[in-house]
Design a protein around this ligand. Structure first.
Ligand code: FAD
Length: 459
């Protein structure tokens, strides 16, 4: 049976549901197809569960510092992972059913559960049905990369999706991969009580960040007792009695890391290989990311790709911004483009790292004359009052235009404070505007004008 719609949306990640709502509002008929859980990665296996678990781990950490703040807990702080998981399940469950109920309640919107596969550039098969539309929006996201590694099939391992359902404290968690996902889990489980070792093949953690940010994050994690092995490529995994052993190629440190459990956090891949893209003629790059233009149109007229599957972003906010770009261009007569956006994200360890704009390496490569100011969190009174003095704030500006080029705020509230600078960047205003603003005392943000008064040549 063939059903016709004005639009088909494949996947209910961070772009699809909002686009369905906007199309429904415009009185278009829409079919939304989801093969697994409504809300996709962010809701079910990414941002929401991890940040909920990070919050539990933070509470445990602060409780353990009771003596510093002037209170005592009789006996040790005991983590009940079943309760931790139940709290996470409750918050995730509300979000997941919220997305599903929202979609099912939209007028002109048909929700279908099943795996979608293109049959042509205008048709998609799901279960026994063929759906047709002149406009098809792909929002299929991605999943954890599981590399082919000797021994992997014989060893039980976790990815981000299975790790969030753990309801016990592993004795010794080996985290393979020292980037954003790996570091959040590493710190969280250390705080829950696991011994944790991170194995990272690069010379530093979060290798895309500035060197000073990588070094400071390493110091923060090591201070909590997390073992870190850098320049260590994980070559194979094996089982030895009740242990899992990672064999690594390394110049320093031990060539074998033994633990009770393994988390693989070595990157993500797009869900595009089983979508029948070749039937539709949609082109991908070598890694499987769908090739799109500045308005997220694929090479086939009438087909768009939004979110992680287009390789133009790897965050919930970039996927949502993709929706805004497509809806703006198609339905709001608002010409929006991917190239209008400014890179921004956070690493949600504690303290968090908020980032916007260019990295030091990108600024150097651009050849622009720049100025930079860096300030330690330990000199910011709000951080001192909270007892959270790790990290620093760094802001780089263009020496000629005075526009902010980039910033890193590693410290308490860094994930929020970064938006002060980001919004000034969007306004294309000079940094001096921040210096004229009156900020609230006592906050971290109130120091931004002071920091900007210390700009020096960027080397
Ligand atoms: C552990 C972890 C933590 C993260 N934390 C953050 C964070 O703090 N902040 C942040 O901004 N980002 C974070 N991210 C990234 C964020 O989750 C993703 O960038 C975001 O979810 C991408 O959304 P999306 O719309 O591209 O697709 P997804 O959310 O991946 O959704 C795609 C949907 O499509 C469905 N689907 C796939 N193929 C088909 C098919 N053929 N037919 C039907 N349905 C299909 C899938 O089942 C899925 O539901 C995190 C990611 C992970 C893994």
């Amino acid at each position: 049976m063939t059903q016709k719609f004005d639009a088909i949306i494949i996947g209910t990640g961070q772009a699809g549901p909002s686009l369905a709502a906007r199309l429904s509002e415009a009185r278009k008929t829409v079919a939304v197809i989801e093969r697994h859980k409504f809300g996709g990665t962010c809701v079910n296996a990414g941002c929401i569960p991890t940040k909920t678990l990070v919050a539990s781990a933070y509470a445990v950490h602060v409780a353990g510092r009771g003596a510093e703040y002037g209170f005592a807990i009789d006996g040790n702080v005991r983590v009940d992972m079943k309760r931790v998981k139940a709290r996470k399940d409750e918050i995730v469950g509300r979000s997941n059913s919220g997305v599903e109920n929202w979609l099912r309640g939209l007028s002109n919107c048909t929700v279908i559960q099943g795996h979608a596969r293109f049959e042509s550039s205008r048709s998609v098969r799901v279960n026994d049905e063929v759906l047709e539309a002149d406009k098809i929006f792909i929002n299929v996201g991605g999943r954890a990369l599981v590399p082919s590694m000797p021994g992997l099939p014989d060893v039980p391992f976790f990815t981000n999706s299975s790790m969030i359902d753990v309801d016990f404290v592993p004795e010794h968690l080996i985290v393979v991969g020292g980037s954003y996902v790996g570091l959040e889990f590493a710190q969280m489980y250390r705080r829950f009580g696991s011994e944790v070792t991170i194995i990272e093949m690069g010379p530093r953690l979060i290798g895309r960040e500035d060197e000073d940010a990588s070094a400071a994050v390493r110091e923060i994690l090591e201070a909590e007792g997390i073992g870190i092995q850098l320049n260590a490529e994980c070559l194979s995994l094996s089982r030895r009695a009740d242990k899992v052993v990672a064999t690594v190629s390394c110049k320093e440190g031990t060539p074998e890391v033994s633990g009770s459990h393994i988390l693989l956090a070595v990157g993500r891949i797009p869900n595009t290989q089983d979508l029948g893209l070749e039937q539709a003629g949609v082109v991908t790059d070598q890694r499987g990311y769908i090739t799109v233009d500045d308005e997220l149109r694929t090479n086939v007229p009438g087909i768009w790709a939004l979110g992680d599957c287009n390789g133009r972003g790897a965050f919930t906010h970039t996927a949502y911004n993709d929706y805004e770009i497509v809806a703006g261009n198609l339905l709001n007569a608002d010409h929006r483009r991917v190239s209008d956006r400014i890179q921004t994200y956070a690493l949600f360890i504690d303290p968090p790292l908020g980032r916007c704009g260019m990295t030091d390496a990108e600024i150097r490569k651009s050849g622009r004359r720049a100025l930079v100011a860096k300030y330690p969190m330990e000199r910011i009174s709000r951080a001192v009052e909270k007892g959270e003095i790790q990290g620093f704030i760094k802001i780089t500006v263009d020496a000629e235009t005075k526009e902010i080029l980039g910033a890193a705020i590693l410290g308490t509230g860094g994930d929020e404070v970064i938006h002060v600078l980001l919004d000034v960047m969007y306004a294309k205003a000079p940094y001096t505007i921040v210096q004229r603003a009156m900020h609230i005392h006592p906050t971290v943000a109130e120091y931004l004008p002071t920091i900007l008064s210390k700009l020096e040549p960027f080397a």
